[in-house]
Ligand binder design. Structure first.
Ligand code: ZN
Length: 447
């Protein structure tokens, strides 16, 4: 564990405050025991705030210190499926290319794919993510997150399809067993909830069962909502109303919900999502690449909904890069409204940091201030693409890229320092993921 006390000395600090984002220059930030003990201009106060007389000193010349990014919707093990099915429509992509390959994935593939995804995220400034995968018996993503030091919000399936009847049945025992082991494990870094894939996967009755089950376990739900026009049309045909209306009536929103996509919403949908305090995760790259459209984040923000950003899985993106999502989110909104004022850099930084933290249940993170968890990243601006730096927040959103992320810390532990991963053997992770992916596709006779 690399958990030594540290003072980030003389940094430009970018931190979300209530409804805005502030830039402070010449700030010192002291970290001890995983917590920010001091943030301000007084270096001796920074030193006095920690017990360690010999903390590490990180020099902030030409550097920004800001909260690490949150990837609020992804499917980590899909790294193995990267660049294998592109330029095809979503339903064909999902049913013909993704589900058949995923069926062949075992523990080894889940583990190597997840580890590679975490390595990629750390290198891109992401220290926290909401992962949705069919984690059941082995709960491999939780363990990998514990080992690598990231904060992980993950979900377990609530049941399985009975092959005899073709109906979904609840599996409380497996959920409870895994939840008991992993929820709040890794010093509270792991949060475990319930997977509800989408409105189109299960039988009607099973949604009521899942909603009640989530309530009974006081847990959260992570699901896909209104990703495509087809999904909305099918839902209206089957249930007589749009997905948010139906899901509300089923009781799904009575638990905290992380809702990925929300590309096709009307005013009533947004009203429901706001009223039920659903966190909406915008995944612009994935939605555009799959030709699904993209969420109207101006209307989502205007409705007062908590907006976060996600990459989705690498089979549909094909990377885990929040810089790309920040830029697409901003440019799409400005472009479609033909108005550059509809979203600000502050809106985008909040979506990529503190809003995600709140949505994922990390309420003590996402800001640089005394008492908050030390979930931080160092961005080096001394490179051609960020020089001259000008406005620091604009530099991060409009000029930054993952190669500028120099170091990353989660809960006070350095996971990357000066571009070197400290908790993952990067070469080994790449090699093993490549091997897993190759064997996965070699066994597919249909491809
Ligand atoms: Zn997804």
């Amino acid at each position: 564990m690399n958990n030594k006390s540290i003072i980030f000395k003389n940094f430009t600090v970018i931190t979300p405050e209530e409804n805005r984002v502030i830039t402070y220059e010449n700030h010192h930030v002291a970290v001890e025991q995983g917590i920010i003990q001091y943030s301000g201009v007084d270096l001796s106060a920074a030193k006095q705030s920690i017990k360690d007389p010999n903390p590490d000193i990180y020099d902030g010349q030409y550097r920004i210190l800001m909260p690490c990014f949150v990837n609020s919707h992804t499917h980590l093990a899909m790294t193995l499926l990267r660049n294998r099915a592109d330029d095809v429509p979503l339903h064909q992509w999902l049913y013909d290319h993704i589900f058949p390959v995923e069926e062949r994935m075992g523990t080894r593939e889940f583990n190597t794919g997840t580890l590679l995804g975490i390595a990629e995220m750390i290198k891109n400034g992401i220290g926290v993510c909401a992962n949705m995968y069919m984690t059941t018996e082995d709960a491999m993503d939780s363990q990998t997150a514990i080992d690598t030091g990231i904060k992980l919000n993950t979900v377990f399936v609530g049941g399985y399809k009975n092959p005899m009847t073709g109906k979904y049945v609840l599996d409380e025992k497996t959920f409870d067993r895994l939840h008991n082991i992993y929820h709040n494990s890794g010093n509270q870094r792991i949060k475990c909830g319930l997977l509800v894939h989408s409105i189109y996967l299960y039988d009607k009755d099973f949604y009521y069962t899942l909603a009640q089950f989530a309530m009974s376990r006081k847990t959260f739900i992570h699901m896909h909502i209104s990703e495509t026009q087809l999904e909305v049309l099918d839902c209206v045909r089957q249930y007589g109303a749009r997905p948010p209306v139906v899901l509300e009536s089923m009781g799904i929103f009575d638990s905290p919900v992380i809702a990925a996509h929300c590309v096709h919403l009307d005013d009533q949908d947004r009203e429901i999502l706001q009223k039920k305090q659903v966190t909406v995760v915008h995944n612009p790259s994935s939605n555009m690449k799959l030709g699904s459209g993209f969420a109207d984040i101006k209307k989502i923000l205007d409705a007062g909904i908590n907006l976060a950003l996600g990459t989705d899985g690498t089979a549909s993106n094909n990377n885990l890069d929040i810089f790309q999502e920040m830029r697409f989110a901003s440019y799409l909104a400005k472009g479609i409204y033909m108005d550059p004022t509809v979203v600000s850099v502050g809106d985008i930084i909040r979506a990529a940091t503190v809003n995600g933290m709140r949505g994922l249940g990390y309420l003590n993170s996402g800001q640089i201030k005394t008492g908050m968890d030390a979930d931080l990243q160092v961005i080096d601006t001394h490179n051609p693409s960020m020089s001259p730096v000008g406005n620091y927040q604009a530099a991060v959103v409009y000029s930054g890229s993952s190669s500028c992320v120099e170091s990353l810390m989660v809960s006070g532990q350095m996971l990357m320092r000066k571009r070197e991963l400290l908790t993952i053997d990067e070469e080994k992770a790449i090699f093993e993921a490549k091997e897993s992916s190759a064997s996965l596709y070699k066994s597919d006779k249909s491809l």
